[in-house]
Design a protein around this ligand. Structure first.
Ligand SMILES: *[C@@H]1O[C@H](CO)[C@@H](O)[C@H](O)[C@H]1NC(C)=O
Length: 343
């Protein structure tokens, strides 16, 4: 810890930053979980305070059919934990990157995990980086996606050196997590990532940032994206090889008008903000457990889709889990306002 503080990186930085970095190397600034959100007294900007504590700042929680409820922690260069875990190199692996305000135990990560556990055939790795993705510090959390992505690329290279078959790995990220997955894909050295799924990749700030800091189709062999809140919390444009635009890809998604949310739960304040953004991972999780769901067709726009002027003779493809890795372009579909969402 002290060596970091006196290293040349820190010469000439303002005392406030120094204090923040000091705090972030100690047990960390105080934070609390409020309902499902991790909120912290101070931001911890890892692009300035570069020291990453692998357990406290960034780790990966492993769930398998042998340990569906109690995770095992894997981290960079930790052979002991890896070889004593249930990680099975013969099975496919997903690595899920959580969003702003979240951790590996948030509802979003839990729903993704539960969906994959039902398949009984995956290693499920959940990123856990609550302190550096803590609210309400969006600017810091967005900048830290680069640190998480670069570190996760090192983690994947380490896993490959221990026997991970790279084509069996699928990265999935929600919102800021989708941008992290893109940075990870760009920085992996042991080969190319086979697939990255972006679930409503974060829009704010990222529209102005270079490709190296966000998800785009150069980051993996196959990048598929589900847009549900484009232009608000989600990225406004196509970014993958294959972009799905359920219900046009914008807010309010069906079931997400203020009136519908209030009818379900009058106290749901956070849901009013995020309902459409969250549909991206809810659709994806449903697609994991119900195969051949969410049929979508290629079209120029949502208006063309609604007015029936796309080519409805074409063979539809599935959105989500079974998205076709050779399909390209923009695909549209309608969903139900509540689960089951597929039509
Ligand atoms: C690992 O996965 C393979 C393929 O599903 C399976 O046959 C094997 O039994 C698994 N190994 C362990 C130790 O669970």
């Amino acid at each position: 810890m002290s060596t970091d503080l006196v290293s040349s990186n820190y010469t000439g930085i303002v005392p406030g930053t120094m204090l923040m970095c000091l705090l972030s190397t100690l047990p960390g600034p105080p934070g609390v979980s409020i309902q499902d959100a991790y909120v912290q007294l101070l931001p911890v900007d890892k692009t300035v305070c570069s020291h990453v504590d692998p357990i406290r700042d960034i780790s990966y929680q492993l769930y398998t059919r042998n340990n569906p409820l109690q995770p095992q922690t894997l981290s960079l260069h930790d052979d002991h934990s890896l070889y004593n875990s249930y990680f099975n190199f013969s099975e496919p692996t997903i690595l899920f990157f959580h969003a702003f305000f979240e951790s590996s135990t948030s509802t979003t990560a839990t729903i993704m995990r539960t969906a994959y556990l039902q398949r009984k055939d995956h290693n499920i790795l959940l990123l856990n980086a609550p302190r550096i993705e803590a609210g309400p510090w969006y600017l810091t959390a967005a900048k830290n996606t680069r640190i998480v992505g670069e570190y996760s690329a090192q983690f994947i290279d380490y896993m490959v050196s221990r026997g991970l078959h790279l084509p069996s790995l699928h990265l999935i990220g929600l919102s800021l997590g989708a941008q992290m997955a893109g940075v990870t894909g760009k920085n992996v050295r042991s080969g190319r990532i086979a697939r990255i799924t972006g679930l409503d990749p974060a829009g704010p700030l990222f529209t102005k940032w270079p490709k190296s800091l966000k998800l785009d189709k150069s980051d993996a062999e196959f990048v598929d994206v589900i847009h549900t809140d484009a232009g608000i919390f989600g990225y406004p444009r196509s970014v993958g090889h294959l972009d799905f635009w359920p219900n046009g890809g914008i807010a309010p998604q069906p079931g997400c008008t203020f009136r519908e949310i209030a009818r379900r739960n009058p106290d749901a304040i956070i849901e009013k903000l995020f309902c459409s953004h969250w549909r991206s991972y809810q659709f994806y999780a449903e697609s994991v457990v119900s195969e051949f769901s969410f049929p979508a067709i290629e079209c120029n726009s949502w208006n063309d889709f609604k007015s029936g002027s796309c080519d409805f003779q074409q063979q539809p493809i599935s959105m989500g889990f079974l998205a076709h890795p050779l399909a390209r372009g923009n695909y549209f579909l309608a969903t139900n306002p509540e689960s089951p969402f597929t039509q």
